[in-house]
Design a protein around this ligand. Sequence first.
Ligand SMILES: O=P(O)(O)O[C@H]1O[C@H](CO)[C@@H](O)[C@H]1O
Ligand SMILES: Nc1nc2[nH]cnc2c(=O)[nH]1
Length: 293
Amino acid sequence: MFPEANKGYSYDDCKATADWLLAQTDIQPRVGIVCGSGLGGLAEMLKDQVAFNYKDIPNFPQSTVHGHAGRLVFGTLKGRACVCMQGRFHLYEGYAVQRITLPIRIFKLLGVETVILTNAAGGLNEDFKVGDIMVIKDHINLPGFAGNNPLVGPNDERFGVRFPCMSDAYDRELQQLGMDVGQELGYGDFLKEGVYCALGGPSFETIAECRMLHKLGADAVGMSTVHEVVVARHCGMRVFALSLITNQVVMDYDSEEKANHEEVLQAGKQRGLQMEHLVSTMVTRIEHNNSYI
Ligand SMILES: O=P(O)(O)O[C@H]1O[C@H](CO)[C@@H](O)[C@H]1O
Ligand SMILES: Nc1nc2[nH]cnc2c(=O)[nH]1
């Protein structure tokens, strides 16, 4: 049964990688961060860095997408111990969904309690503009509808239960904290909340697909994050996630606009600093026992 679903992704495989990492750093991270396309600058903010190239980490996949550096960085943000993925993995790179999410299980075994994810996404909500930052309140996992869920395969109870709840996937207190911190930083004009929908990619959406996703209740569309969130929640970590709206999707047959990865990276450059500031301020407000200050 499930011949491929557990190859290299077992509890013992994850533990071996986590132990290998812990043996090489004194930093015991409580917060794990995943950086989206063009948003890896956040990792540079970490002090006392101990960094690993993905290619040097046993059992780790490799980054293949421009804008994803492929480094795992341990360090501190204003004294809080963190680990940061400077580059994530996507279904369209050809990895099994269990492999894409392997680092999230490694986060858990490193002692991470809270996961913060960022991504670049297309805006479906007509009220959104390029450069808006969306606090994700929920998601639609379209690959999951078709059975492409990272929890497919034998369930290891050491990670979590067979049928995990997802109605509380995005921690409500952290969402509130994100909105409060955003307001404090003066980001009110471009801070939004909404539902993120993931597709497999790598092709961007057709006009009909965008119209359909909008009708389904999605505010932003991308090709990542939801798999990581499912795995993080399965093993009991709290989740906070942000989308940077890097482009407005095309909904109109008269439009000449064409989505492309360069504009996605460009928007990341323009709003990257504020995203980094929002995330780093949040980190300083999360206590190690997962309450907030
Ligand atoms: O979700 P992240 O990794 O931010 O990347 C987003 O940007 C890329 C498309 O430009 C896709 O990979 C999409 O998912
Ligand atoms: N699927 C998808 N991913 C994105 N990532 C950044 N922009 C987009 C978009 O418009 N569609």
